[in-house]
Design a binder for this molecule. Structure first.
Ligand code: HEM
Length: 131
């Protein structure tokens, strides 16, 4: 029986395994390695903070993921195929390593954030903001 995601150390294992797989994935790997040229020593701790904030309500992440992804989208359009690949790798990694209430919650949160991100990125920007 697998354990649940209980603390930051569990998130570190999840995030490290997830981005290891992301780098090898042909659909989204090149966005990280060739286009954004991610500095992993900088990115991974940010992602530990991000998920600790989302899953455990600890306000350790300071950042604005939407702005980062709008920038990435300008260089490499992020469409359904890319989001499906991201979610597929994330869910499989969670399921390979963990099971339980928090494992279910993190998948639901990832799904909601990914879908909202996809929606915002693909919504037309009004020329004159309404509000
Ligand atoms: C098509 C799907 C996605 C792609 C290709 C993608 C790619 C990237 C890349 C290239 C970075 C920049 C890393 C860097 O330069 O340091 C980044 C940052 C980040 N991504 Fe994504 N991402 C995707 C979806 C998501 C989703 C669904 C989430 C959340 C559930 C997410 C959360 C984040 C966060 C929190 C950061 C750090 C932002 C910061 O600088 O504070 N990403 N992503």
């Amino acid at each position: 029986m697998k354990k649940d995601i209980n603390d930051r150390n569990d998130l570190i294992l999840l995030v490290d395994t997830f981005y290891g797989r992301v780098q090898e994935n042909l659909v989204i790997g090149p966005i990280f390695t060739d286009i954004a040229k991610v500095d992993w020593a900088h990115h991974l701790p940010k992602m530990y903070d991000f998920w600790e904030s989302i899953l455990f309500g600890k306000a350790v992440y300071k950042g604005n993921p939407m702005i980062r992804h709008f920038d990435i989208n300008d260089k490499a359009p992020l469409q359904a195929t890319q989001f499906e690949a991201w979610k597929d790798i994330f869910f499989t990694t969670v399921d390979d390593l963990f099971q339980g209430e928090n494992a279910d919650t993190i998948k639901q949160k990832a799904q909601s954030i990914a879908d909202l991100m996809h929606f915002k990125i693909n919504s037309p920007k009004p020329k004159f903001p309404i509000i």
